[in-house]
Ligand binder design. Structure first.
Ligand SMILES: *[C@@H]1O[C@H](CO)[C@@H](O)[C@H](O)[C@H]1NC(C)=O
Ligand SMILES: *[C@@H]1O[C@H](CO)[C@@H](O)[C@H](O)[C@H]1NC(C)=O
Length: 423
């Protein structure tokens, strides 16, 4: 086991390949923060679908997954695993229709597919690709350009396709398992991605999964009941969100393309774009992903920076929006509202002690034991500091009403939290 200090140092160099000297705030801290807060959550990821991050991930031994197919025998090699039975049931039926067509069976004979229920036979070690990184209409740029090193666009013919999903997706699956073997020495077992569901591409079903049950599906069953898209408040949707908990991510050390001085927002684009970036400029990101996979242990005790990001967002979201909206009759009334929010950080014997107030506020949700020098730690701490110092300035800096409101407008625009997208 390597000393943790080494890991942090390594990871700082992983993400901050091009640190800007003297700047305390990591490059693109706002975008990385929103990535941390959105990750493995459907609603938030629909707002921020362009994932730029790659994390090591684990799934605990015994966790259940599903796979739908036309075949009753357990899968041996590479295949997809779904987090919910819904999607697999659909595949079980669809694959059966395809099978029927392929072997020219009369279409009027209903035949069921099979739902395979598996449990992880060991703690699975995976690479998580952030964003809407799977499925039709997904955003595959980050994996295709960075992880798969521009090999997906024109896939060469493969003698034997492991899965049956169209040439590009087949190539991703092929490359995943090739890299697992040739570049990562089997240190990980597959990749995790998100579409409307979460899914794993697992390279060795036979080795890594135990069969719990293989059931025949209802041949005449209709489309399984699924939550309607955009119905973000239903219990079923919330339940789907929570399934992200089957995977545990490393937020301390991860690689994000936001940290390499790349021009990801060409011409003021409203979302990050990789298209225009020459492949050589992506090499450092690729190398760092390989270094991460080849040197770091998967996250068993990694600190949960997503939980801290949530607490910050939920504590300040409404108030910041309110301050930025500027519906105050005087700067005093705005300061009064800020003071209510900041009261717990103020020592009234020394009201103007701004640095003290910012420090106390910044650390409110960050346990002293948290690895604040890690990637997640630096990003979350810097966003927390930005929020707290804007609030403290609004309270103490003697700005007029317009300047104070403007400072909150700028902050809200910069932070661009998912909580402000609902309306
Ligand atoms: C905020 O985020 C949304 C969704 O990612 C994006 O479309 C929008 O352009 C962003 N706004 C700013 C000011 O960056
Ligand atoms: C990406 O592909 C290029 C061209 O084939 C190759 O030179 C380079 O080493 C590859 N990068 C990695 C990280 O494998």
């Amino acid at each position: 086991m390597r000393p943790r200090k080494y890991l942090w140092a390594l990871c700082l160099s992983l993400v901050y390949a091009n640190p800007s000297p003297g700047i305390d705030e990591p490059e693109n801290a706002n975008h990385i923060f929103n990535g941390i807060q959105s990750t493995l959550r459907h609603y938030e990821m629909a707002i921020n679908p362009y994932g730029m991050a790659f994390h090591l991930a684990t799934v605990q031994k015994g966790t259940r997954f599903y796979h739908g197919t036309s075949k009753p025998e357990p899968v041996i090699g590479v295949e997809w695993l779904a987090f919910t039975p819904d999607k697999s049931l659909r595949y079980a039926r669809e694959s059966n229709w395809n099978a029927k067509r392929d072997i020219q069976q009369p279409l009027n004979i209903p035949r069921a597919g099979y739902l395979h229920t598996y449990a992880a036979a060991k703690d699975l070690r995976l690479l998580y690709i952030d964003g809407h990184s799977a499925g039709l209409g997904g955003h595959m740029e980050a994996q295709d350009r960075i992880l798969f090193n521009d090999t997906i666009a024109n896939p060469p013919p493969r003698p034997h396709s492991p899965v049956n999903a169209g040439p590009h997706e087949n190539e991703r699956v092929f490359q995943t398992c090739r890299m697992v073997k040739e570049e990562w020495g089997g240190r990980i077992d597959g990749i995790v991605r998100t579409e409307n569901d979460f899914e794993i591409i697992l390279c060795d079903f036979g080795r890594d999964l135990d069969v719990v049950k293989i059931t025949q599906t209802n041949a005449n069953g209709g489309e399984p009941r699924r939550p309607a898209r955009g119905d973000c408040c239903s219990i079923a949707t919330k339940y789907n969100q929570l399934l992200g908990h089957k995977v545990h991510l490393d937020f301390d050390h991860f690689v994000t393309a936001f940290g390499y001085g790349l021009d990801l927002f060409p011409g003021g684009s409203d979302h990050p774009v990789l298209d225009n970036i020459p492949t050589e400029l992506l090499e450092p990101v690729r190398r760092d992903i390989n270094t991460m996979v080849n040197t770091l242990e998967p996250p068993v005790g990694a600190f949960d920076w997503q939980a801290v990001a949530d607490m910050i967002v939920f504590r300040y979201s409404d108030d910041l929006l309110n301050f930025a909206a500027g519906g105050f009759t005087s700067v005093e009334s705005l300061r009064d509202s800020i003071e209510v929010l900041m009261e717990v950080f103020i020592d009234y014997r020394d009201f103007g002690a701004k640095d003290e107030i910012v420090k106390l506020c910044q650390g409110e949700f960050i346990p002293t034991s948290a690895p604040v020098e890690s990637v997640g730690g630096r990003v979350v701490s810097s966003i927390s500091k930005k929020v707290c110092s804007t609030l403290a300035s609004g309270l103490l800096d003697d700005m007029d009403l317009k300047d104070t409101v403007d400072s909150f407008k700028q902050l809200v625009e910069y932070l661009n939290w998912t909580t402000w997208k609902a309306e």
